[in-house]
Design a protein around this ligand. Structure first.
Ligand SMILES: [Fe+2]
Ligand SMILES: [Fe+2]
Length: 164
């Protein structure tokens, strides 16, 4: 199903996070010498965008989804994913992530995003009327207003290498 325009700001942020996951997966196993640069980038991406994205989902999107009984178990799962992912982001911020942890984190983050895109968003678009989606879109825009406009660029170490 084509993504509803009211969910596009969240979907765009999902694309940014997925791009980071793909770079981590392609660079894995990450050599020890590069771990610091990767953890710094992961921590910065969390600060700039994902922390606000998670908060907007928790304050606006998940409560809207919980109104539909069929979506409650999925929302519970997504909330638990956020807790686990926040712990991974804090470990990266504290420089405590190993190369296998980083690869596992990239897999968990992309699995979480796929669950939101393929299950939650699809079903919300099916269950919600156009006016409800419009209200949701306005509330999400207000919740996402603090997302930094600065573009997150990979560093020399974390950029995608040709042939990888
Ligand atoms: Fe999420
Ligand atoms: Fe999300």
């Amino acid at each position: 199903m084509l993504r509803d325009k009211n969910l596009i700001p969240l979907s765009r942020q999902h694309q940014h996070a997925l791009a980071l996951c793909v770079r981590i997966e392609r660079a894995s196993p990450i050599p020890d010498a590069d771990l610091g640069a990767w953890q710094a980038e992961v921590a910065q991406h969390f600060q700039n965008e994902i922390s606000i994205h998670f908060a907007a989902e928790e304050r606006v999107l998940f409560p809207a989804a919980r109104r539909f009984g069929a979506l409650v178990p999925l929302v519970e799962e997504l909330v638990a994913d956020h807790t686990q992912l926040r712990a991974s982001f804090s470990r990266a911020e504290a420089n405590e992530t190993s190369a296998p942890d980083l690869a596992a984190f990239a897999r968990s983050l992309s699995a979480h995003i796929r669950k939101e895109e393929r299950q939650l968003f699809e079903q919300l678009q099916e269950f919600m009327h156009a006016d409800e989606l419009a209200t949701l879109g306005k509330e999400l825009a207000a919740a996402l207003v603090d997302v930094g406009q600065a573009c997150q660029l990979p560093t020399e170490i974390t950029k995608l290498r040709p042939g990888k």
